[in-house]
Ligand binder design. Structure first.
Ligand SMILES: Cc1ncc(COP(=O)(O)O)c(C=O)c1O
Length: 406
């Protein structure tokens, strides 16, 4: 086992920032009150939750009372999509979404489909971007919701939500509120500037643990006046939209992380862009038979997704892990077979390239020395795996594998 420990999986989760941990600790110890209690302990906790609500709202240009705290991005997506669909069910049964959504959105749409909802899943083409024209063609009189993510978690591509938002508003018949627009901003938050007014969305999902705060806290922005059916009942918290005692320490941490993310957004992007550019340039120069996935000029600054031909992504992931390097594949192991990533498949890549895809996601504390180490290890390991690989029987000329034009 290697003595190195290089973490390049910041899209999966991030370590808590020490400033965030420091701010939350008092709410685990002396300020432990329940935010619903009337006494001073409760009021202290309530004050902290309100402050955090203002910070999270400020990160996305919302008003504090439009933020609902909950357990994470998955729950936020559930409350937005199911909560809206259940609240307005008789008014329509059609949802438009994309073919590269996070598994939580995919799963919710599948569940609604079983209940009779019609789902239109828009393509993304080779660049990994939804076309506004496709949204326009898919809109119908009974469309209740358009749900398209702000940025993808596997390839980082940023979607044209502002244009989709304008289209959705135009599609509203006079006097009608539908269709509504939801965007999953779990990966985008803290990495691109977000303003819900400019985007024109009605719902926006966030998760604290992608922003250097602990796991188990998230938020859903719900535009003022938009109704959802709470998915948790039995309590009055979060203005009847999410029953259950608020996780005050996690919420405090989220608030501080949101403030720091807003203040340090430019600096973090500059850092991860530089690391990623050096990394991709070195990969293109030193490794053969690689394909970069997703449009590179319209991408979050910290994600690089690369397909390594003739190699199973899972083997590469394990070999890198043995060298102390943490990355991820989009593949999911179901019933003992490795399913290729639906996101990479949606780009039109064949099974082999989809199975050979690896996501490298950089963070604010990664260093150039770490990236250099990863490049050295990658060139050694890919050569070794290719000599052993049964996939390596028919070689395709190198020219077909240079950086795609996106
Ligand atoms: C785009 C996207 N949406 C939703 C989620 C789910 O968030 P959480 O882990 O907080 O449930 C993730 C997490 O990977 C994500 O990347």
């Amino acid at each position: 086992m290697s003595t190195h420990r290089v973490y390049l999986d910041h899209s999966a989760t991030t370590p808590a920032d020490p400033r965030v941990v420091e701010a939350m600790i008092p709410y685990l110890t002396e300020r432990f009150g329940n935010a619903s209690s009337v006494h001073s302990f409760g009021q202290e906790a309530r004050g902290a939750v309100d402050r955090a609500r203002r910070e999270v709202a400020a990160l996305i240009g919302a008003k504090a009372n439009e933020i609902v705290f909950l357990s994470g991005g998955t729950e936020a997506n559930n409350l937005a999509i199911r909560g809206l669909c259940e609240a307005v069910e008789p008014q329509g049964r059609h949802i438009i979404t994309s073919s590269i959504e996070h598994s939580s959105v995919r799963g919710i749409c599948e569940a609604l489909e079983k209940r009779g909802w019609e789902i239109t899943r828009l393509p993304v083409y080779e660049d990994g971007i939804v076309r506004v024209e496709d949204v326009r063609s898919a809109l119908r009189a009974d469309t209740v919701l358009v749900s398209v993510m702000l940025a993808n978690n596997e390839i980082g591509t940023i979607q044209p939500i502002q244009e989709i938002g304008a289209l959705v508003r135009q599609a509203r018949a006079p006097g009608r509120k539908q269709p509504w627009l939801h965007t999953d901003a779990v990966q985008a938050a803290g990495r691109v500037t977000i303003n819900v007014e400019l985007l024109g969305c009605d719902f926006l999902s966030l998760s604290a643990h992608k922003l250097y705060a602990p796991k188990g806290t998230g938020a859903l922005y719900i535009r003022r006046g938009v109704r959802v059916l709470s998915q948790n009942v039995g309590g009055h918290q979060e203005r009847e939209r999410r029953a259950g005692t608020e996780g005050v320490p996690g919420i405090v941490a989220f608030g501080v992380a949101a403030r720091i993310a807003r203040e340090e957004l430019a600096q973090r992007n500059e850092h991860t862009t530089a690391l990623r550019e050096n990394f991709e340039a070195a990969v293109a120069e030193r490794l053969s038979d690689v394909v970069f996935n997703g449009r590179t000029d319209c991408r979050l600054s910290h994600i690089s997704n690369i397909s390594f031909s003739f190699i199973e992504g899972q083997s590469l992931l394990i070999s890198l892990d043995l060298e102390g390097i943490a990355v991820s594949t989009g593949s999911a192991c179901s019933s003992g077979t490795l399913e290729p990533s639906p996101v990479i498949r949606a780009l039109g890549r064949n099974d082999e390239l989809a199975r050979g895809a690896i996501r490298f996601s950089f963070g604010k504390d990664n260093t150039t020395a770490e990236v250099n180490y990863v490049i050295d290890v990658l060139s050694r390991i890919t050569q070794k795996l290719r000599t052993l690989s049964p996939l390596n029987k028919i070689r395709v000329p190198r020219s077909e594998f240079v950086k795609s034009e996106f």
